[in-house]
Design a protein around this ligand. Structure first.
Ligand code: IPM
Ligand code: MN
Length: 374
């Protein structure tokens, strides 16, 4: 069984971030122990807590610690405490800053329903059937990174945000989405607003040209308003959805609702091969839940399993954790956000302990065989 040594930068962030990353770290430590890997965790300040501690949301020490790690695990950032700060100095600026500094232009958000949780989806079972897709969101361009200005006050105030894409920026993320679709069901849906926006016209042209290099992939293009509707009407039509930064932010929250809770969805942000990938749940810092032991740790735990698979190639380890989660859910354990009538609603830490108890039950023999086969 190959034994790996990896360094993981941990950025707990704000609100529920420290609680959910704490849960994911326990699971990663269990995994390392069971499979004989060595994971070294290095924690750094980030977001609002870094503003409080160091005066800025992305301190130099945090950025250089991330650069020299094999992967990054992030909790969540932001909160009311920092909302009055000017836009470019808020916790969110740290998140955009790290995406930019590490060249993280790909953001993958898998929308996978857990078998035991199908009942908590707001969609009826017949509409939900076979729903399993991934959103590839462009993460380093678009209106997020164009010029922002807000001038004047009151009735005289004026604001603008510039959306900007180059063909190269579209192509590099589209390529990833095509490759991803090739490993799945071979369908790519590119989402834009090409009936109105110039950036979307470029987006559609670039994706269409690239499609000629991938003759085995079936490509279609949807306007974002229609895509938002189709995600609810017939989610099973999607395999890989490729879209820009702003549309991807919005559609991924909508798609997360299909799974039953935004607390369940992980993400991978990646880019240049010489830089580590960053893993984070797509939920926010949920300040009203912080410190109450009620947050759902699954978005962070699934971010850890995504890391095991995508950054370290540890497929068997990732499945070992995910199947333990499924067994804990099947036994009825739930955090409040994913509770159903009759389920055992427990605190965040008790839920994590239930998953860890399932991990301990998983036979060692089976683990090493599966690891050897991967
Ligand atoms: C996300 C978040 C961020 C984004 C915020 C916190 C800046 O909503 O990762 O989806 O808009 O990208
Ligand atoms: Mn978002």
């Amino acid at each position: 069984m190959p034994q790996l040594k990896k360094t993981i930068a941990v950025l707990p962030g704000d609100g529920i971030g420290p609680e959910v990353t704490g849960a994911a770290l326990q699971i990663l430590k269990d995994c390392a122990g069971a499979f004989g890997h060595t994971f070294e965790f290095r924690e750094f300040p980030f977001g609002g807590s870094a503003i409080d501690k160091c005066g800025e949301p992305l301190p130099h020490e945090t950025l250089s610690g991330c650069r020299t790690s094999d992967a990054i695990l992030l909790g969540a950032i932001g909160g009311p405490k920092w909302e009055a700060l000017p836009l470019g100095t808020r916790p969110e600026a740290g998140l955009l800053g790290i995406r930019n500094e590490l060249g993280l232009y790909i953001n993958l958000r898998p929308i996978r329903l857990r078998p035991a949780l199908r009942g908590i989806s707001p969609l009826r079972p017949e509409r939900l059937a076979d729903c399993d897709f991934e959103i590839v969101r462009e993460l380093a361009g678009d209106i997020y990174f164009g010029e922002h200005s807000l001038q004047g006050a009151g009735g005289q105030a004026r604001a603008r945000d510039v959306a900007d894409y180059s063909a190269g920026e579209v192509e590099r993320v589209a390529r990833y989405a095509f490759e991803r679709a090739a490993t799945r069901r071979g369908r790519l849906t590119s989402v834009d607003k090409a009936n109105v926006l110039a950036t979307s016209t470029l987006w559609r042209q670039t994706v269409s040209v690239l499609a000629r290099e991938y003759p085995k992939i079936t490509v279609d293009h949807l306007y974002v308003d229609n895509a938002a509707m189709q995600i609810l009407l017939r989610p099973a039509q999607f395999d890989v959805i490729l879209t820009g930064n702003l549309f991807g932010d919005i559609l991924s929250d909508e798609a997360a609702a299909l799974a039953g809770s935004i607390g369940l969805i992980p993400s991978l942000s990646a880019g240049r091969p010489d830089q580590p990938a960053l893993y984070e749940p797509i939920h926010g810092s949920a300040p009203t839940l912080a410190g109450k032991n009620v947050a759902c740790p699954l978005g962070a735990i699934f971010s850890a399993t995504l890391m095991l698979r995508e950054s370290f190639g540890l497929t068997a380890e990732s499945e070992w954790v995910e199947s333990a989660v499924d067994r804990a859910l099947a036994s009825g354990y739930r955090t409040t956000d994913i509770a159903e009538p009759g389920s055992r609603v427990v605190g965040s830490s008790e839920f994590t302990q239930a998953v860890r108890a399932e991990l301990r039950k998983a036979p060692v023999q089976e683990k090493s065989q599966r690891s050897g086969a991967s």
